[in-house]
Every structure is written in structure tokens, then in C-alpha cells.
Design a protein around this ligand. Structure first.
Ligand code: PMV
Length: 337
């Protein structure tokens, strides 16, 4: 048996715009999906999954996920989760050149599904790493990231950027612009996450932004403006950048830019009442800044606050189901067994 884990992430800046070639900066957080894989003697795949937002399900199928699992959780979420696992299995079979390999797979995730913390990327990255090793091959993190991107793109019908999968595979803070993916140095940011208990449909939200962008030039300009916010933000993160602003003030300015980024995402229609109310609770509690993270529509916000105030305020905010401090991690995919 092989076991791998991979981290979730928050977007400091740039989600949605990254789909159209603008840069984005996600950071890996110490909340992980762990995938255990055991090879079988037939070509079946059996998956057992447990997750914060699912009661857990088990499904067995031969070759593909065409057979719908009979489980008592929202069909869309299970279908999405199974799609990523199926695509990860395909990538592992291809990488190891064993097209009919079968597996027993167990997924345990600390990352809520579809909530903007990169659960699908983490499951895909950990799944490809564990399944490939189970077939006797070992890929470096960059190759895992590339295969995980291809898997996500297949599931999301081409509407995926490399941001989530690269960040989850290599860890740390990363900068992604088109196919150009790299680790960047970033200070240890005091990130607080608020989760409304819900999920957004990434594919639908991405299509909504695309439609707005095609309809209105000012929506296309908004996407480009998000790119400008990212370019300004990454200079503030760079510890080597020559600047006369001290470190604490730079973190405060990163917060200002997160506020700006949230406003732009809101105008593109991807926020929600509960995300906005968590963002405002954080700001009123004195956070340097706050924004939704990931596709939006529901799910999580990320705020910057070194004090306990935002965490406390979020815990008392109607619509916020869970709030926690997110430790950044420089570890991407981890091999546990
Ligand atoms: O909500 P998540 O974690 O799936 O993030 C989606 C981020 C988008 O920029 C909206 C899409 C993408 O693939 O980059």
C-alpha cells in the first residue's frame, strides 16, 4: 500500500482572472487530503471517502465512473469528487503504463469539498502520487502537478488553471501565469479562514465570468485589473524587493489589496451574501483585509489578522459555520507510506 497527502490552499490574489492568463498567487495551507492506494488483481476501482462536508461514501466500479454511486449526499458533489479520483487513476495508469490497473482507494480529507480551499486539487495530487508509486513509478512534484492539471482540466472541461494543482504539489506560496508556474518567497502571513458550510460550482462560476467578460468590455477590464492587483501584491510579498515600507506595513498593504481583489470578484458576480458577511465581519474586527478564496459562490473567505479578533468575530457571525487559523505550509505532496 502507498499513502500520500497533499495540502489545500488559499488564494491571496488572482482566482478567476488566472483562467484568462493573468497571474495568481495561491499559498498552501496545512489542511490535507490523504489518499491510500492498494493495487487489486482486477481492473476495478473501489473508493472509500470521508470528508468534512460529506458523511462518507463507498463506491466500486469497473474501469470508469459511469456507474452512479448510490449514496446519501448531494449527487453533484459526489460526481465531482469521483470525477477527480477517476481522472487521477487514469493519469497514474498512463504514467506507469499499466492501462488496466485496478485499485482500492481511501480518501480522507480535512479540506471541505468545493469550498475554495483546493480540495479537488489536493485529492488529485495525492491520488496520482500514491497510485503511480503503487504501480512502481515515482514522479517528481512538478510532473505530478502537470498530470494533476491535466486531470482537473478534463473534469472541468478545459476551464482550469494550473494554480491549484501546482500549489498543492509543490507547497508554499506560488505564482502562476499561464503555463509559467514557480515557487515564490513570501512572509509568514497571519491567515484566518471563515467557512459558510457551503460550496460553489467551479465550472458554473467560471462560465459566468466568461459570459460577463464576453458581453461587457468593462468586465474584461475588471479581469485585467485583477491582474494588476496581483502584480502589485507580489512585489509587496517579495522579501528582496527594494522598498522603503517596513514588513508590518507591507502586510497591511497586502490586506488592502485583498479587499480590492474581493470587490472586483464581487462585481464579477462570484461572491455571495454569506461570503460578503464574513468578509465584512473580518474587516470590522480589524483584519488588514479579507476576500473570498477560490471559485466563490459559497465556501471560504481568507482574512489577514495577526490578532485573535477576526477569528472571534467570525465565530459569532451568522452564516459562518467554522473559522480557523490557516498555517501556511512549505510542504507540497508528502509520501507517508
Ligand atoms: O474553488 P477552487 O479551489 O476550485 O478554485 C477555483 C479557482 C479558479 O480560478 C476560479 C479556477 C481555476 O482553475 O483557476
Amino acid at each position: 500500500m502507498t499513502v500520500s497527502s497533499a495540502p489545500g490552499k488559499v488564494y491571496l490574489f488572482g482566482e478567476h482572472a488566472v483562467v484568462y492568463g493573468e497571474p495568481a498567487v495561491p499559498c498552501a495551507i496545512e489542511r490535507r487530503a490523504t489518499v491510500s492506494v492498494e493495487a487489486r488483481d482486477d481492473d476495478h476501482v473501489r473508493v472509500e471517502a470521508s470528508d468534512l462536508s460529506l458523511d462518507g461514501f463507498t463506491v466500486e466500479y469497473a474501469g470508469s465512473t459511469d456507474d452512479r454511486p448510490d449514496v446519501n449526499v448531494p449527487a453533484g458533489l459526489v460526481e465531482a469528487a469521483m470525477g477527480y479520483i477517476d481522472a487521477a487513476v487514469e493519469q497514474a495508469r498512463d504514467a506507469a503504463d499499466v492501462p488496466d490497473a485496478g485499485f482500492d482507494i481511501t480518501v480522507e480529507s480535512e479540506i471541505p469539498l468545493g469550498a475554495g480551499l483546493g480540495s479537488s486539487a489536493a485529492v488529485t495530487v495525492a491520488g496520482i502520487d500514491a497510485a503511480t508509486r503503487e504501480l512502481g513509478r515515482s514522479l517528481p512534484p512538478e510532473a505530478i502537478a502537470d498530470r494533476a492539471y491535466r486531470a482537473e482540466s478534463a473534469v472541468q472541461k478545459g476551464e482550469a488553471s494550473r494554480a491549484d494543482t501546482f500549489c498543492s504539489a509543490v507547497g508554499g506560496a506560488v505564482r502562476v501565469e499561464g503555463d509559467d508556474c514557480r515557487r515564490i518567497d513570501a512572509p509568514d502571513l497571519p491567515i484566518v479562514v471563515g467557512f459558510d458550510g457551503g460550496a460553489g460550482d467551479t465550472g458554473e462560476l467560471v462560465s459566468g465570468v466568461r459570459a460577463l467578460k464576453e458581453r461587457y468590455d468593462f468586465a474584461a477590464d475588471t479581469v485585467e485589473t485583477i491582474g494588476d492587483v496581483v502584480r502589485t501584491g507580489e512585489r509587496l510579498l517579495d522579501p528582496d524587493a527594494a522598498t522603503d515600507v517596513d514588513a508590518a506595513d507591507r502586510i497591511a498593504e497586502v490586506g488592502d489589496l485583498m479587499n480590492f481583489n474581493h470587490g472586483l470578484l464581487e462585481s464579477l458576480g462570484v461572491s455571495s451574501r454569506s461570503l460578503d458577511s464574513m468578509v465584512w465581519a473580518a474587516r470590522e474586527a480589524g483584519a488588514h483585509g479579507a476576500k473570498l478564496t477560490g471559485a466563490g459562490g459559497g465556501g471560504c473567505i481568507a482574512a489577514l489578522d495577526p490578532t485573535p479578533e477576526t477569528l472571534t468575530a467570525l465565530r459569532f457571525t451568522p452564516g459562518c459555520e467554522e473559522a480557523f487559523r490557516a498555517e501556511l505550509t512549505t510542504d507540497g505532496v508528502r509520501r507517508l507510506e
